[in-house]
Design a binder for this molecule. Structure first.
Ligand SMILES: Cc1cc2nc3c(=O)[nH]c(=O)nc-3n(C[C@H](O)[C@H](O)[C@H](O)COP(=O)(O)OP(=O)(O)OC[C@H]3O[C@@H](n4cnc5c(N)ncnc54)[C@H](O)[C@@H]3O)c2cc1C
Length: 372
């Protein structure tokens, strides 16, 4: 639960709230600011507040991150002001490269953490396509296949991609995008403004040292990274839901010309009360999941549940808030309009909702995993 945190996490939360309110919100809301300059100033502000590097492991080895609870507290506090997603708020985390040895450490991990190289996560494949695969040829893995939706892919220097290695099972491989045989087949943007690319691999030769982990470990590695991202999305959604509920509360309490407030209406109270119940449950789930993660438990199913629920709740809050505020909420640039578009994409990113529900059922019925 978010209560009874140790003193250092309470201090972190206050620090994050301060930098969000005093520096990041004005930067977010300045329409004349060049996007590069905005992210430069965002980086400087969060760096000075000691927030930006929380996603980095100082030793570049072993665990990628700070405790899950620390990250949740920081991210949620920023999201409560609608700024957790701004580019530059958190440094690139090592992700799947956490703990890699040489030569990948020097050629990919260190440049990634220094901001000199950019990475894309290539998991999703076109409907009906054969899974991307690799055959072994001497010291090389020769990759063929397609990836359909790589966020940041058009600007990436390398991809961490899931492939099926012949005779060994699933693996994560690091593929430099300038290798012969790698091509971008499509560049596109989703309606939240994020940019993506689709890739084709034709006989791409990848040296053995670019395979992450032991053969067959690929799925476990990918799941770890996906669980980390799922907790991140849950934290963002829980904080964002709280932020939108505060905006809605202000609207419901504002007197109209006839002297009545929108919040005097019973139907508005019903909706508002229901959303607060859901937000309470989503926040509790996120904190329980973070504590289980830090205790070293298997949390694959709990991360799915926490993320799935938090993003559905955040979407429900945004949708209902738009309905209660009315047409003004749909005017371009209104916080609800902007946030709704972003939240809507999160219902697909990192797993479509029904696919995740089926995964939770599978976790219980086939693998005996998952808590309630
Ligand atoms: C903003 C955004 C960013 C993304 N970034 C990345 C990224 O960086 N890297 C990456 O790899 N991917 C990324 N994705 C892709 C994302 O992971 C997929 O969109 C998501 O997993 C859903 O896959 P899909 O789009 O192929 O839809 P599908 O999985 O095909 O789902 C479409 C519909 O089909 C249903 N369905 C799916 N499977 C079954 C089944 N077996 N039986 C019955 N019904 C089924 C689903 O329930 C859903 O209703 C991103 C997506 C978005 C929107």
């Amino acid at each position: 639960m978010p209560e009874f945190l140790p003193a250092e996490l309470v201090a972190l939360r206050e620090r994050a709230e301060r930098v969000a309110r005093d520096e990041l919100v004005p930067l977010r809301d300045d329409p004349d600011l060049d996007p590069h300059e905005r992210s430069r100033r965002v980086r400087a502000a969060v760096e000075a507040a000691g927030i930006r590097r929380l996603t980095l492991d100082p030793g570049l080895a072993g665990r990628a991150d700070q405790p899950a609870l620390t990250l949740l507290v920081a991210r949620e506090a920023l999201a409560r002001h609608g700024v957790a997603h701004l580019p530059g708020v958190f440094a690139s985390s090592p992700g799947l490269l956490a703990g890699v040895g040489e030569p990948l450490r020097s050629t990919h991990l260190e440049p990634l953490l220094a901001g000199e190289k950019r990475a894309g996560f290539a998991f999703t494949e076109p409907v009906g396509a054969r899974p991307s695969r690799a055959r072994i040829d001497g010291d090389d893995r020769v990759v063929d296949g397609q990836k359909s939706y790589v966020t940041g892919g058009a600007d990436a220097d390398f991809l961490t991609a899931t492939v099926e290695v012949e005779g060994q099972g699933p693996a994560m491989v690091v593929i430099d995008v300038d290798r012969p045989g790698v091509s971008i087949t499509r560049r596109f943007a989703s309606f939240d403004g994020a940019r993506h690319a689709a890739f084709a691999f034709e006989e791409v030769r990848v040296p053995r040292h670019c395979v992450l982990g032991a053969p067959g470990e690929g799925r476990g590695k990918a799941l770890e990274r996906i669980s980390e991202v799922r907790r991140m999305i849950a934290a963002d959604c829980v904080g964002t839901a709280a932020w939108l509920l505060e905006l809605l509360e202000t609207h419901l309490a504002t007197e109209r010309r006839d002297g009545r407030r929108p919040g005097d209406e019973q139907r508005a109270r019903l909706r508002f009360g229901d959303l607060r119940v859901q937000a309470y449950a989503a926040r509790s789930m996120a904190y329980r999941t973070a504590r289980l993660t830090d205790a070293g438990e298997n949390v694959v199913n709990e991360c799915i549940a926490a993320k799935l629920f938090a993003r559905e709740v955040a979407n429900a809050v945004a949708d209902a808030a738009i309905q209660l505020v009315g047409g003004e909420a749909l005017v371009e640039g209104h916080p609800l309009e902007r946030t709704y578009r972003r939240l809507r994409t999160l219902r697909l990113a990192e797993g479509e909702s029904d696919v995740l529900r089926v995964n939770v059922a599978r976790g219980r019925l086939d693998l005996g995993q998952g808590r309630i």
